[in-house]
Design a binder for this molecule. Structure first.
Ligand SMILES: Nc1ncnc2c1ncn2[C@@H]1O[C@H](COP(=O)(O)OP(=O)(O)O)[C@@H](O)[C@H]1O
Ligand SMILES: [Mg+2]
Length: 508
């Protein structure tokens, strides 16, 4: 395949606003001519800011943005050969479809060579002729499939049709790059699906570069040539939809892209990994150490459901949903949930077992800056249960301005009352905030040291509890593998976030 030229380059682009918070951090990306590239990431990760810098509505704090190799960082928006379709587009309600699209063109002046009455050639800025405007508007309307609707009042159009007018208005200027910021987010599900297909068609017809931004992973997977996954201002991974889906580089990407089972695991041997209470055969990959903590990702379609005792781990079918071609089951293995798919119809409550082909276990290095417990719950005394042990936690962090009443219910700033009993949460504890001690009565939990690594100036221990929960802790003190220690965490050092919205827990 011929290698396409690079049209946009972002080099070490950093953006921070007045408050000093860095919202885009060392962003590096080359976009090819004609490519459909998508930035995908959760809300607030810096997608819009990145797009606005390309459009020229924001200046980078540092770094460069090149267009065809030339620095455009300081070029004003109207001089850049790009056009933007915004999330919230504003059409002129008093104009019809044609005039909405033609609006910019009618104002536009282009340089034309003219000969004055003395025979001298001069360059003059002239408006486009009505004929040129007409041709361009009709072509744009054809591309967005609105060529029959040019006389319609925009206020009589559906949401999808209005969005198409907004796109036509952006492409009528014949930009080299079209920037699209969540352009489908205001549409309902069905309309969004249709528009995804149509946008892809438009991209083909126009042959220009589409730089798309969305928080919707399915949208990104369906439309893009390449996807850029962003988190907290930083690029996590760049790749084709297949690469991102099949080979996520870390647990964040895996979790964000599609439905996955993700577990905490520990390497037992180069070809064995322990998670959810069993030891699994896995592919031998370079760079994984025995006892290293890893993330394991398993796609639901790769879990094989078998009769009890035939697979690697036994479990019980906890729920099922019919999905047309297959059923989607949640199998409970110990306290872990395994999402899987099977075309056969099994009863809820049935004892089963599961197996996964070694090649379908994706192992990933853990980014070990924090202990994360994705399946913690709040008990009725405002403790968070990690493993099977309660740790006192400040639940008022879940709602700004909240307090606790005498009975321990959370009271919102507006007086609403919340019962958080059994609420599933993700709990996080930094490695430095776990105190290990020989005094077994001094912590909330006990465990055995299963690994110790000297990291420069301190030890990093993995402590495993009886219920197979692992705590990674930094400590200046020396223990040996197999030593029994207590685990203490101060109330203020446990960060929690609800898996569902807080509104689920309102009781009055
Ligand atoms: N003009 C601004 N001033 C200060 N902070 C801003 C400004 N614009 C955006 N931010 C902050 O930058 C972060 C990224 O925002 P944004 O790029 O809009 O994210 P996304 O589009 O991915 O949802 C957010 O935390 C947001 O509050
Ligand atoms: Mg945005």
């Amino acid at each position: 395949m011929e290698e396409k030229a690079t049209i946009i380059s972002l080099k070490h682009v950093v953006k921070s606003f007045e408050d000093g918070v860095v919202v885009v951090d060392d962003f590096n990306l080359d976009v090819k001519e004609g490519e459909f590239i998508t930035i995908l990431g959760p809300s607030g990760c810096g997608k819009t800011t990145t797009l606005r810098m390309i459009a020229g509505f924001e200046l980078p704090s540092s770094g460069e943005i090149l267009l065809n190799g030339e620095d455009i960082s300081l070029l004003p928006p109207y001089k850049r050969p790009v056009n933007t379709v915004f999330q919230h587009y504003a059409l002129f309600p008093h104009l019809d479809v044609y005039d909405n699209v033609a609006f910019g063109l009618k104002l536009k002046k282009v340089p034309v060579e003219v000969t004055d009455k003395n025979g001298n050639k001069k360059i003059k800025m002239k408006h486009l002729s009505n004929k040129v405007i007409d041709e361009r508007v009709l072509r744009a309307l054809q591309i967005v499939d609105l060529d029959e609707m040019e006389d319609r009042d925009v206020s009589t159009l559906s949401g999808g049709q209005q969005q198409r007018v907004a796109i036509a208005r952006a492409i009528v200027n014949e930009p080299k790059v079209l920037l699209l910021d969540e352009p489908l987010s205001a549409l309902d599900h069905k309309m969004r699906k249709d528009m995804q297909v149509e946008l892809k068609e438009m991209h083909k017809k126009l042959g220009i570069t589409f730089f798309y931004v969305t928080h919707d992973q399915e949208e990104a997977l369906t439309m893009s040539d390449r996807i850029v996954i962003m988190r907290r201002g930083e690029i996590q991974q760049v790749g084709t939809p297949e690469e991102i889906y099949n080979e996520p580089v870390n647990a964040f990407v895996a979790d964000f892209i599609g439905e996955s089972n993700i577990y905490n695991g520990t390497m037992e041997r180069p070809d064995r990994v322990r998670f959810i209470g069993s030891v699994w055969k896995c592919p031998i990959e370079e760079g994984f150490q025995v006892n290293e903590k890893v993330d394991i990702v398993i796609r639901p379609e790769d879990v094989i459901l078998l009769p009890e005792n035939e697979g690697i781990a036994n479990g019980v079918i906890e729920s099922k949903i019919f999905k047309g071609v297959h059923y989607e089951y949640i199998v409970k293995v110990g306290k872990n949930e395994v999402l899987c798919r099977d075309t056969r119809n099994h009863e809820v409550g049935k004892a089963v077992s599961i197996r996964v082909e070694p090649d379908n276990l994706q192992l990933m290095h853990k980014d070990f800056t924090i202990n994360q417990y994705a399946d913690a719950i709040i008990d009725n005394n405002n403790n968070v249960i990690i493993g099977e042990d309660p740790f006192e936690v400040d639940v008022t962090q879940l709602l700004k301005g909240s307090t606790l009443d005498e009975q321990g219910y959370l009271i919102g700033p507006d007086g609403k009352k919340y019962d958080l009993k059994n609420a599933p949460v993700v709990a996080e504890v930094p490695l430095d905030k776990i105190t290990l001690s020989d005094d077994l009565s001094s912590g909330q939990s006990n465990g055995t040291i299963i690994s110790s690594v000297w990291i420069g100036d301190h030890w990093q221990y993995i402590v495993r509890t009886d219920d197979d929960e692992d705590f990674v802790a930094n400590s200046p003190y020396t223990w040996n593998v197999h030593d029994l220690v207590s685990i203490a965490i101060a109330k203020e050092d446990i960060a929690i976030r609800l898996k569902k919205g807080i509104e689920e827990y309102v009781i009055g």
